[in-house]
Every structure is written in structure tokens, then in C-alpha cells.
Design a protein around this ligand. Structure first.
Ligand SMILES: [Zn+2]
Ligand SMILES: [Zn+2]
Ligand SMILES: [Zn+2]
Length: 339
């Protein structure tokens, strides 16, 4: 059973999960990804993953059979596990609880060779829509306080399987990074009675210099205090606290916007490894006035090293204005690989 332990000094929870140590990619000496001979995410290998939670099929094929275009399964090597109770308890001055949570894998396409960015926008919309479906389902579980959807693209970003996929982890506490955003946004709201994210959107639209692209409903830009070169945020332009409240009619526009942003990063930076994270409000309605869902895309172009670990400062060698100008001017064809 994985375990959650709380750092008594700064209050950050750590997951001690020995299950994951059993992965085939466990600390390879060469630093190279060891790929399994058969891909567990390819059609025909459904038995290599835990049973499917949900799949999109149009051909009437049965569960855990080929014929799907998108498939969600539990992670075979979960960081947190779904069965059990939290059992929070003190150990002397320390705090611990059982590693209860959900850890799922969203296999975005049946085609091994196609990345998310190259999928047709209708298929990207399906991926975004299934994120919403999983949020809706998991938020009914009272043990879960937060659900994070993320994607690791490329080995340097932490992907251990080549086949395009994203992941979801539901946690029994609100993670520290999210709590920092919530606290900051709440303080701003108490003082100004406005949403900080809405104000940032207004400011970016008036400055223009950090905008990567703008559509009717979405804005992609490089944040003013970007931690990393080409760090890119994507937000709905109207105030939407929770991702689940994003309508089906703007999902196709979101898919298109995401495809364009990822396409620019891929074309301009030679298909960099990246992390994609979706920050939405925690379960509950008290964040409604001041939190605003968004996507953060962080290309892995620099390494986080001693100074960053020691201080929490990041040294960014590229001005966000220069990164935005470069991406904005890049013309990328939207031609998709058919899947
Ligand atoms: Zn595959
Ligand atoms: Zn807002
Ligand atoms: Zn965020």
C-alpha cells in the first residue's frame, strides 16, 4: 500500500509508492528508456493493461477488445490505489495516511505512431471530453480532494511508454502547488473583488506582447514571470472555475487551440519533451469567485538544478516576450494525420 507522509516543516505531502519501483523502466543504468517488446497501449494488447474504465468505440466492439479509438484504464503501476480508507494518523510529531487515490491512463489514440498534436481536432476533442467525464465521475468519491490531469510527452518529461497518453491522479489532499494558487487567487479576490486570472487575461490582451494566439473563447500566452523558456498557459477568456463547466460547444475550439499551440511548440522547438498540466478548481463550490481553470504547458528545455531546488527561484534564459513573438509568428499547417 502506498503511503502519504507530510513534511512537518513546510506541510508538503510526499507519496511513498514502492509499487512504481517495479516498473520495467526502474532506474535504468544507461538512462535510456527500456521499451517493452509489445506496446501495452496498442489494439490487440488490451489484456496487458488493467480492465478499461471507459472507451470510445463506434463499431460496437466489446469491452477490452480492439475497435476503440480512445481508452481509459487504471495505471498498472499506480502511485496511489483506489481501495481502502485514508486512516490518517500521527506517528509521534509526524502525519501519515494511506496512499488512497485514483491513477488512470488515458490512451489518446489507437495508433501507436501518432502524437496528440497530430491527431485530427475531433479526436483531440474526444480526449478533452473524456477528461471531463473522468472528473465528473471521480469527484463523486468523497475521499478525493483534488484531481490532476497531466501529460508527459517524451522521455525527458517522464513518459515511460511511447504510445500517446495522458494520466489522471486523484489525491485525498489538495496538493501544495495548487493550494498556493488558490491562496494567492483568494487573497487577490478579497482585496480587488475580481478574479486574478480574468485580470491577467485583460492585461495580456492590452499588452499583446506575450500572446501566442487568441481565439473567440481562449487565450494562449507566455506568463509574465515564466519559470521556464516557452512556458505557455492556455485559459478560457470568460470566467470558468471548473473544467467540468466547460460546454461541449467550445470543446472543439479548445481542441483546435490546443492543437495549434502544441503544433507551434513542436515545429518551433523540434518536438521538445513537455509536461502538460490542467489546473482546475478542487472539488467543492467555494472557489467559484476567484479560481479559473487553465492549462500549463512546460517544454523541457532546461534542467531544474541546485539553485532551483535550494531556493524555489527559477532562472529562465528566454524572455517570455521573445518566446511569444517567436511562437506567434510561426506558421504551422493544421494538416492532421488521419487516424
Ligand atoms: Zn502502442
Ligand atoms: Zn476568472
Ligand atoms: Zn496553474
Amino acid at each position: 500500500m502506498p503511503e502519504l507522509r507530510k513534511d512537518p516543516i513546510i506541510g508538503r505531502w510526499v507519496i511513498i509508492s514502492t509499487e512504481r519501483g517495479k516498473r520495467p523502466t526502474n532506474y535504468p543504468a544507461s538512462g535510456k528508456m527500456i521499451l517493452p517488446k509489445t506496446c501495452p497501449f496498442c489494439p490487440g494488447n488490451e489484456s496487458a493493461t488493467p480492465p478499461e474504465i471507459i472507451a470510445y468505440r463506434t463499431d460496437g466492439s466489446g469491452r477490452n477488445q480492439p475497435g476503440w479509438s480512445l481508452r481509459v484504464v487504471s495505471n498498472k503501476y499506480p502511485a496511489l490505489i483506489i481501495e481502502g480508507s485514508l486512516n490518517r494518523e500521527p506517528i509521534g510529531i509526524y502525519d501519515r495516511m494511506n496512499g488512497i487515490g485514483a491513477h488512470e491512463v488515458i490512451i489518446e489514440t489507437a495508433d501507436h505512431a501518432v502524437d496528440l498534436v497530430d491527431m485530427p481536432k475531433e479526436k483531440i476533442k474526444d480526449v478533452l471530453w473524456v477528461f471531463r467525464e473522468r472528473f465528473l465521475d471521480l469527484q463523486r468519491d468523497p475521499r478525493f480532494k483534488y484531481i490532476l490531469i497531466f501529460k508527459n510527452h517524451g522521455e525527458a518529461a517522464g513518459a515511460s511508454v511511447e504510445h500517446s497518453h495522458s494520466q489522471l491522479i486523484a489525491t485525498p489532499i489538495i496538493p501544495k502547488r495548487v493550494a498556493e494558487e488558490l491562496t494567492g487567487a483568494k487573497k487577490y479576490h478579497e482585496y480587488k473583488e475580481r478574479c486574478i486570472f480574468c485580470d491577467i487575461i485583460r492585461q495580456e490582451l492590452s499588452d499583446q506582447s506575450r500572446i501566442v494566439l487568441e481565439t473567440d473563447s481562449f487565450l494562449a500566452f507566455e506568463p509574465y514571470a515564466s519559470r521556464f523558456p516557452f512556458e505557455t498557459w492556455l485559459l478560457p477568456k470568460t470566467h470558468i472555475t471548473n473544467y467540468i463547466d466547460t460546454d461541449i460547444d467550445i470543446h472543439i475550439e479548445l481542441a483546435e487551440t490546443l492543437k495549434d499551440v502544441l503544433g507551434k511548440l513542436k515545429a518551433g522547438l523540434a518536438d521538445p519533451p513537455y509536461n502538460f498540466i490542467m489546473h482546475t478548481a478542487p472539488v467543492g463550490s467555494e472557489y467559484r469567485d476567484y479560481y479559473h481553470w487553465h492549462i500549463e504547458i512546460i517544454p523541457k528545455l532546461t534542467r531544474v538544478a541546485g539553485f532551483e531546488w535550494g531556493t524555489g527561484f527559477y532562472i529562465n534564459p528566454t524572455r517570455p516576450e521573445d518566446a511569444a513573438a517567436f511562437l506567434r509568428d510561426l506558421k504551422v499547417s493544421r494538416k492532421a494525420v488521419a487516424v
